[in-house]
Design a binder for this molecule. Structure first.
Ligand code: SAH
Length: 277
């Protein structure tokens, strides 16, 4: 069977599809995203969308760079929404392509509401978000029965580009077993200080996961207190992960194993739990 036989929804002229492109590796595109790329007349994309993915667009498709900078306040957001409306009203098939998932820290909700207000029909195609794809490629499971039964995604930037104040930092520090911060590099010092001040142990396992799923993927294993210094050697885009699950990487760094890393089958030193599975 090929993709054409799947009866995927047709990309209709005058529609906008808000589509997640995943964190980088084209292998993480959904079939729906690939179908949208192959059918769109115009692709409006962010900086975070990998060039190899844009290359999958139809050869006559117009590529429009909606050059927002991650984390900065975005005066251009209304312009982007207005552009989507204009293109759709011209009868184009408009693909709004975003890194990761469009509804997770991607402003997809804002853009979709602008489409609703303008009466432009739209569809959402979810994508593999950076945390899901990035931690998988880093060999860090987000949950594990022995150490984590919940995971929390947090943005390091609010609307005005600052560390969010409306978060309950005490609850995060004490209650959230695994924290994954997006857009964390710029404010890493403040994030670390707030978590420690709110009671998270400075020696908690932590990692920075940068350029995940691309050829320049870089993972730095550190501690909560050590993350400030570790962040100096990392460039965005990056995730900051705090939690004992990071220790599982000693056993699960499958990419590292491809280049010779020896994996520890009992990275938490809890062989009893493994045996109980
Ligand atoms: N909608 C996107 C997130 C956009 S916010 C998603 O679902 O993934 C931008 C942030 O995403 C970056 O600051 C970084 O924290 C994270 N990010 C995106 N791509 C990444 C990658 N390949 N590696 C690490 N982090 C990434």
């Amino acid at each position: 069977m090929n993709i054409g036989e799947l009866n995927l929804p047709a990309f209709q002229p005058g529609w906008v599809w808000l589509v997640g492109a995943g964190p980088g590796d084209p292998a993480l595109l959904t079939v729906g995203a690939l179908h949208a790329l192959q059918s769109a007349d115009v692709v409006v994309h962010d900086a975070l969308v990998d060039a190899r993915i844009l290359a999958l667009a139809a050869t006559d498709a117009e590529l429009v760079y909606a050059g927002k900078r991650g984390g900065k306040p975005s005066p251009k957001q209304p312009d982007i929404s207005a552009r989507l409306v204009t293109l759709a009203r011209q009868g184009k098939r408009v693909l709004r392509l975003k890194g990761g998932d469009p509804f997770l820290f991607g402003r997809g909700g804002e853009e979709a509401l602008a489409l609703v207000a303008a009466d432009v029909p739209f569809r959402i195609v979810p994508g593999v978000t950076a945390a899901i794809g990035g931690l998988a490629y880093a060999g860090i499971p987000m949950t594990h029965r022995a150490t984590a039964t919940a995971v929390t995604f947090v943005t390091g930037h609010n609307l005005s580009g600052n560390v969010p104040d409306d978060l309950d930092w005490a609850a995060l520090a004490k209650g959230a077993q695994v924290l994954v911060f997006y857009m964390a590099l710029k404010h890493i010092d403040e994030i670390v200080d707030r978590l420690i001040a709110a009671g998270r142990a400075p020696d908690s396992a932590a990692a920075l996961v940068a350029h995940a799923t691309t050829d320049s993927q870089q993972i730095v294993e550190t501690t909560l207190a050590g993350a400030k210094q570790a962040a100096a050697g990392v460039s965005p885009p990056a995730l900051f992960v705090v939690g004992d699950v990071v220790r599982l990487r000693n056993g699960l760094d499958w990419l590292g194993a491809l280049s010779g890393r020896i994996l520890d089958p009992d990275p938490l030193g809890h062989s009893d739990i493994r045996d109980a599975v």
